[in-house]
Design a protein around this ligand. Structure first.
Ligand code: ATP
Length: 241
């Protein structure tokens, strides 16, 4: 089994305060891995360190064997990062936005192919040629996921990708993520929605106050804690931590 992502004793300090306390974790190629935890637990900090956006205070992060701290340029070729608050240029159409992003990566025929892949991934029908400021939140999220995946990353990093979406839109985005994983992309994502994590993720990491308190498949965790839902598992794990 290839390791897509390996964190070894990773710490992050903001000023005097340590927000991530020595997290070690391995995510395998092709997995959808979910991080769950309270507000302020450290999920975004972890995802931003993996994405090379935040420096690591100590420890090591490797993406497909590449050291995030030492080989940032190489790592950035392997990943895509979709922050929770990601936006797009609202006066462009969806297609023009995808084209603008694709141009940052490739040109000519390759660019056209990348845009076409983005259009297919977004699956917005004729709305792809509408201005982005006419898009609903769900349409916007589809476009942003398409933007993140059309570049063919090996590791997709997604922070609260369904937050604020209604049931149908969240369901559809989960389908998109499943398909992304089926196509061989490894996904690490954070979510506050335990049902979603249970349905979607192959394995789950529970984060509490900067510590990774447990990791397993949803079924393993439910069995271990003797609970029927991941929500109950999480509450029990946090209280016992
Ligand atoms: P949420 O679910 O609310 O998004 P989270 O699990 O993603 O939370 P982080 O955003 O990683 O949590 O925050 C972890 C801790 O680090 C929090 O205590 C937060 O206040 C702190 N923190 C995050 N970013 C900074 C920063 N730039 N400067 C100082 N402290 C920060």
């Amino acid at each position: 089994m290839t390791d897509a992502l390996v964190l070894t004793d990773v710490r992050k300090t903001y000023g005097q305060r340590e927000a991530v306390h020595g997290v070690s974790l391995t995510v395998h190629e092709g997995e959808v891995f979910g991080l769950i935890g309270h507000n302020g637990a450290g999920k975004t900090t972890l995802l931003r360190m993996i994405s090379t956006i935040l420096t690591i205070t100590s420890g090591k992060i490797e993406v497909y064997g590449r050291d995030v701290a030492k080989e940032g340029d190489e790592v950035r070729k392997l990943i895509s990062y979709l922050p929770e608050d990601a936006g797009a240029y609202k006066d462009l159409t969806g297609r023009k936005y995808l084209s603008f992003i694709a141009e940052l990566f490739v040109s000519g025929k390759e660019k056209d192919e990348m845009v076409q892949k983005g259009v297919e991934l977004a699956d917005l029908g004729d709305k792809i040629d509408f201005r982005i400021d006419t898009y609903s939140k769900g349409m916007m999220r589809r476009l942003l996921i398409a933007r993140a995946i059309m570049t063919s990353p090996k590791l997709a990093i997604m922070d609260e990708v369904t937050s604020g979406l209604d049931v149908i839109n969240a369901y559809e985005i989960r389908e998109v993520i499943r398909n992304i994983a089926k196509s061989g992309v490894t996904v690490i994502m954070s979510s506050h929605n335990m049902f979603e994590v249970d349905m979607l993720c192959d394995r789950v990491g529970m984060v509490d106050q900067g510590n990774l308190i447990d990791v397993g498949t949803p079924e393993e965790l439910k069995k271990k804690y003797g609970k029927e839902t991941l929500e109950e598992v999480f509450v029990t794990a946090v209280k016992g931590a």
